[in-house]
Design a protein. Structure first.
Length: 180
């Protein structure tokens, strides 16, 4: 009987160490998962305003929509082409750009000068901007992809000073372009 008690005592001691190790591994796993969640939350907050800015081409206008509660600044709109050969597919190659000092909350229109088209070209729009923090710079591509850039949009797109800013027109007040 004494031998059985000794075996039980040894088994409990071994399992106490195992239990502590298991508890330690569980604590580490919870800590790692918590850290990953914290990083995900931080990234979401970092991108939150940028994800609320969108642009698209609509019948002679580039539509700009800011559904965030704060303005973005130093916005560069580019007319790009989503299909067809011969036109720029990214804003860095575009020759038709408009610079906006600020894009407030709302839906806005910027007229596109005529004469850009060619058979088979499908227009799209791209926007580079600085978010409300003044420190984060973004590009929303014509396919909706959001990219963070390391420099201001004006520098990224090689916009030289003095800058000529384009005015925004509220979407509902834009002149209707006659159909052909």
């Amino acid at each position: 009987m004494a031998a059985a008690r000794e075996k039980l005592k040894l088994w409990l001691e071994k399992n106490k160490i195992f239990g502590r190790l298991l508890l330690g591994f569980v604590a580490i796993a919870i800590g790692v998962l918590g850290f990953e969640q914290w990083q995900d939350d931080r990234e979401q907050k970092h991108r939150a305003q940028a994800q609320l800015i969108s642009v698209w081409y609509d019948d002679g206008y580039i539509a700009v929509q800011n559904t965030s509660s704060q303005s973005v600044t130093n916005a560069v709109l580019s007319l790009v082409f989503t299909q067809g050969a011969g036109g720029p597919s990214e804003g860095e190659d575009a020759d038709r750009q408009s610079v906006l000092a600020e894009v407030p909350t709302g839906k806005w229109a910027v007229a596109v000068e005529p004469g850009w088209g060619a058979m088979g070209l499908v227009p799209g729009a791209e926007i580079g901007f600085t978010d409300q923090s003044g420190e984060n710079h973004w590009i929303q591509r014509s396919d909706g992809a959001l990219e963070e850039i390391t420099e201001s949009p004006l520098k990224h797109y090689d916009i030289l000073s003095p800058v000529t800013y384009t005015s925004l027109t509220p979407w509902e007040e834009r002149p209707k372009i006659p159909s052909l």
